[in-house]
Ligand binder design. Structure first.
Ligand code: MN
Length: 254
């Protein structure tokens, strides 16, 4: 069984909460775990390192790393001042936890797939920056998040010619994806290539690491797309590609 280490979303200690009052909770979103299992891999929620179990031990125990979506990334994680700390504080605690896991996965050459926040996290971990709020900082940007529509909001993306994504989705140059993000990549991180961008405003929607390890990020949520539904981009080729990289890596290892 292929074991995919899934990074957690966090509920930080909250004394106004009745359940687990004042305690920190780490959780996974179920469409994401189903996305892993539908494609033949077991998602394992990764804890924070503690006591004698290091980040190295944790990454050692899985075959690949999947960075799921969720809260904003804190501007401090890419050395920027807050535009509005009240509105967009981000989650620097989770950023540190995930950047450590990402760096270790890169060191161990374990494949990494980043979804939405995960795509942005890869960029930040490799020295890039984000729009703290896309519509405030990029006036030409279309709306990439709608609280009411949620994953019902979608837009077109252009797939870069001769990219890895173009290989995966042969004969598809333009596709429709959901969009649930108000942050986006501003300055691209080290050794990252743009694989797809939003048709109307050029916002970066997919990235790939140009190095000796498989690292891929998408700004949309493939786990919310329905396989075989022709309206939105088929979610499964992307995950199967990640799993193929995991299998190749595991074979080399043994
Ligand atoms: Mn988008």
């Amino acid at each position: 069984m292929i074991r995919i280490g899934l990074t957690a979303c966090f509920f930080h200690p909250d004394f106004d909460r009745n359940l687990f009052k004042g305690k920190r909770l780490l959780y996974m979103e179920q469409s994401m775990s189903n996305y892993c299992m539908r494609n033949g891999s077991l998602p394992l929620l990764l804890p924070e390192s503690h006591a004698s179990i290091s980040v190295e031990d944790i990454v050692n125990s899985v075959d690949g790393l999947l960075l799921q979506g969720g809260s904003d990334i804190a501007p401090s994680s890419y050395q920027e001042d807050f535009l509005d700390q009240e509105k967009w504080p981000g989650d620097s605690h989770r950023d540190i936890y995930e950047i450590n896991l990402f760096n270790e996965a890169l060191r161990q050459k374990k494949p990494v797939l980043g979804i939405c926040r995960g795509h942005q996290l890869i960029n930040v971990a490799l020295g890039g920056s984000l729009y703290q709020d896309t519509s405030t900082q990029n006036k030409s940007a279309i709306e990439h998040r709608d609280a009411e529509l949620y994953d019902g909001l979608n837009h077109l993306i252009q797939i870069e010619e001769k990219s890895h994504l173009a290989d995966l989705y042969k004969h598809i140059k333009e596709a429709r994806v959901n969009s649930i993000h108000h942050q986006a990549i501003a300055r691209l991180g080290r050794n990252l290539l743009v694989e797809a961008f939003s048709t109307q405003d050029n916002i970066i929607e997919a990235i790939r690491y140009d190095g000796d390890s498989y690292v891929y990020g998408v700004q949309w949520h493939p786990e919310f797309h329905i396989p075989g539904d022709s309206f939105l981009l088929d979610p499964d080729p992307l995950f199967l590609d990640f799993l193929q990289a995991v299998k190749t890596r595991s074979l080399n290892d043994s």
